[in-house]
Design a protein around this ligand. Structure first.
Ligand SMILES: C[S@@+](CC[C@H](N)C(=O)[O-])C[C@H]1O[C@@H](n2cnc3c(N)ncnc32)[C@H](O)[C@@H]1O
Length: 427
């Protein structure tokens, strides 16, 4: 998967993302990134994120240049897509893009002469055209912003046209790199990062949040040996932990815990107590354990117990004061961080997830003590996974009442798209 050439690596990763439905994050790991120098790393990230953010548009633009598309491998098509991205969005000289794309094609015994011919024709037609010109031509929203048509249609049913357009636009913009720290250490951490050369901004939403300018990999490396509590976490995800109102000494269940962002920030906020963090996926459980082990020393009075288990199967002897159910979802609220999500998710999947979420909330609710709070959250824009889950639960359970429901969106709040519902057990 990792080749010396960042261009070839980009094509190989893109092919696995699009053909094998692997997530970009699971392939473009820090280990992969560490094998490149800083400028190649930046190039690789830009080409992958950029091509995925503009895939429909790129396909629309090159469609007319194929003679026999069916005869081409996914690798060749992705080589062409990344080349077109470099030409239009990165303004890399035409001869360099063509020459490198042909080299990549040769290196895996593809069809270099076809790649050469298609790119030369493309350049002949598009040379001199600006991106604005292309964007302002008569394109559908789905092509212009590279989102599946069914998703655009869904949003058009719920929001006015201008709002859908600004959501689509926000989904294609680079998200800020946000971390959560202990609120009482925020100024100190900001100073630490500023000294390392990063531009840092305080979150206005949450007292634990810092927004840092720069490439995620470089920031994570600079923070690796830092002598304080920090985790990568969007402001919306941090907000869930504040809504929970975890008090000192509370017993908490985090029902869907990996990678542990909410478990750990909750631990930092409550200072003392117990959190049982359940995760059913073995690989993700390992990540959860690693994150807890890294930060445990900064929250010495909170007993954090990671548990590899399926929440549907689990039983507890005691009830909990607080429960976080950050359920698995379509992730349509985090498309700006994961541009590949839009090509994986579909309407059937949303319906399937909605059923799972309804079962999960039924299951965990029974573990909540009277006067306890259950916080349900999903990083989804879709009501089937959000409002509908809560309404259907409340209809069956008059022992619960809803205290607060909240939605965040990238285009209106500058945060990930989350739905949060705070439920109180009244009897
Ligand atoms: C949205 S993520 C949780 C993110 C986490 N709360 C955080 O803030 O870092 C949902 C997690 O639930 C896990 N999960 C899915 N089904 C589960 C089940 N039946 N029991 C336990 N965990 C489950 C998934 O593997 C995934 O890691």
């Amino acid at each position: 998967m990792v080749y010396k050439s960042p261009r070839k690596t980009a094509v190989a990763i893109l092919t696995r993302v699009l053909s094998q439905r692997k997530s970009l994050k699971s392939l473009l790991t820090d280990e992969v990134l560490s094998s490149f120098n800083k400028s190649d790393r930046a190039f690789l990230i830009e080409v992958l994120y950029g091509t995925l953010r503009n895939l429909h548009l790129i396909d629309y633009l090159i469609e007319g240049f194929f003679k026999n598309k069916k005869g081409l491998s996914a690798f060749t098509i992705n080589n062409l897509r990344t080349a077109v991205y470099q030409l239009l969005f990165m303004k890399i000289p035409e001869y360099a893009v063509t020459c490198e794309a042909v080299n990549v094609e040769k290196s895996f015994n593809g069809k270099p002469s076809v790649v050469n011919a298609i790119l030369r024709n493309f350049i002949k037609n598009y040379s001199g055209k600006s991106l604005e010109e292309i964007f302002n031509s008569n394109l559908s929203l789905s092509v212009k912003y590279s989102h599946p048509e069914w998703l655009v249609k869904r949003w058009l049913k719920r929001f006015p046209l201008e709002e859908v357009e600004s959501l689509l636009k926000a989904n294609n913009e680079k998200a800020p790199f946000s971390i959560a720290v202990k609120p009482e250490e925020r100024a100190l951490v900001a100073e630490y990062l500023t000294e390392k050369g990063f531009k840092v901004e305080f979150s206005e939403i949450v007292p634990s949040g810092l927004k840092i300018q720069g490439q995620g990999y470089e920031i994570r490396q600079s923070l690796q040996q830092a002598p304080f509590f920090w985790i990568v976490q969007d402001e919306a995800s941090q907000l869930v932990c504040f809504l929970l109102e975890a008090f000192e000494g509370a017993r908490i269940l985090d029902a869907c815990a990996s990678p542990g962002g909410k478990t750990l920030l909750t631990a930092a906020l409550m200072k003392k107590g117990e959190i049982i963090s359940v995760e059913n996926n073995r690989v993700r459980f390992k990540i959860l354990q690693e994150n807890i082990n890294r930060l445990r020393k900064f929250v010495p009075h909170v007993k954090i117990k990671p548990q590899l288990a399926d929440i549907h199967q689990i039983e507890f002897k005691h009830s909990f004061d607080r429960i976080i159910l950050d359920a698995p979802c379509s992730s349509t609220g985090v498309i700006r961080r994961n541009p590949d999500v839009r090509y994986r998710v579909n309407e059937e999947e949303i319906k399937r997830l909605s059923e799972i979420q309804k079962h999960m909330i039924e299951k965990v609710a029974q573990f909540l003590a009277k006067d306890g709070i259950l916080l349900y959250s999903v990083c989804s824009t879709e009501p089937n996974e959000a409002e509908e889950v809560i309404e259907s639960f409340l209809q069956k359970h008059d022992e619960f009442s809803s205290i607060k429901k909240l939605r965040t969106y990238p285009h209106t709040d500058g945060m990930d798209g989350f739905f949060m519902a705070k439920l109180l057990r009244i009897k």
